[in-house]
Design a protein around this ligand. Structure first.
Ligand SMILES: NC(=O)c1ccc[n+]([C@@H]2O[C@H](COP(=O)([O-])OP(=O)(O)OC[C@H]3O[C@@H](n4cnc5c(N)ncnc54)[C@H](OP(=O)(O)O)[C@@H]3O)[C@@H](O)[C@H]2O)c1
Length: 232
């Protein structure tokens, strides 16, 4: 991976996104660009034009992307007082749609507009923050219908895209990642005793360690923060 090319963190205002951007700078990535709802240009996941314009901005920097980390996502909606469902009786169409809009459709549009900018001469990586609860094979407890389903669908997008990328840009690797349970606005309501909770900085360090050591055969995988592969 050529660290002199561009590293992009989408969701750089988030707890994990901000820590990823800082860690990338510390590890010698020379140009780290954060994009999100308060960046210039602005990137709003529900607005495809904003995603396209953000990609055009990166293209104007005239260097390929060596690493794109999508660190966006939602689990609950404070504004509308919506928490993850404990039972199918709580399924609510607007919350279900919101989870898919942010956790699935947004990352799909990021792929569409940013994949052409991935480095094709040296190894490049597109990594999306998914969640272990999006694993169907690992689903032991149920609940969290909207979040689980939106992350499972995100995982399918990543897997599908990895197959196409392996034909169109053999240097590009595409992976889903679980950051662990990490202190953040998103996870705060769900911290309980006995849970191992990492700081965003620890999680970012762990994930970047995995990213810089990826091999081409790892494309289309779902990685835990400790480097283990999670079954789909
Ligand atoms: N924290 C954990 O324990 C944990 C565990 C498993 C998976 N994850 C995953 O890790 C990722 C990051 O989570 P986090 O804990 O860092 O959460 P966070 O601090 O709440 O950050 C979420 C990020 O998503 C962005 N975002 C939300 N809606 C958006 C929209 N419509 N358009 C553009 N950006 C939008 C936010 O931007 P604004 O600042 O503009 O709101 C923010 O940058 C998520 O995908 C989450 O599912 C986290």
């Amino acid at each position: 991976m050529n660290k002199n090319n561009i590293a992009v963190v989408v969701g750089g205002t988030g707890s994990i996104g901000a820590a990823l951007a800082n860690e990338l700078k510390q590890q010698g990535f020379s140009q780290v660009v954060t994009l999100g709802r308060s960046s210039q240009p602005m990137l709003e996941l529900t607005n495809e034009v904003s995603i396209e314009q953000a990609a055009m901005f990166i293209k104007s920097l005239a260097k390929p992307i060596c690493l794109l980390f999508d660190a966006t996502g939602i689990l609950h909606d404070e504004q509308n007082n919506q928490m993850p469902e404990k039972t199918y009786k709580q399924i609510n169409l607007s919350f279900l749609k919101k989870n898919f809009e942010i956790n699935t459709f947004g990352p799909a549009l990021i792929m569409k507009h940013f994949f052409p900018l991935l480095d094709s001469e040296e190894q490049s990586v597109f990594a999306s923050l998914s969640a272990k609860v999006g694993s169907i094979a690992d689903n032991k407890y149920g609940g969290w219908y909207s979040y689980r389903a939106s992350k499972a669908a995100l995982n399918q997008l990543i897997k599908t895209a990895s197959i196409e990328l392996s034909m169109k840009n053999k240097k590009a690797i595409c992976v889903s990642m679980h950051p662990g349970t990490v202190t953040s606005k998103l996870s705060k309501p769900f911290h309980k005793e006995g849970l191992t909770i990492q700081s965003p900085e620890e999680s970012a360090k762990n994930m970047i360690q995995i990213i810089v050591n990826l091999k081409s055969q790892d494309t289309g995988s779902f990685f835990n923060w400790d480097g283990e592969k999670i079954p789909w």
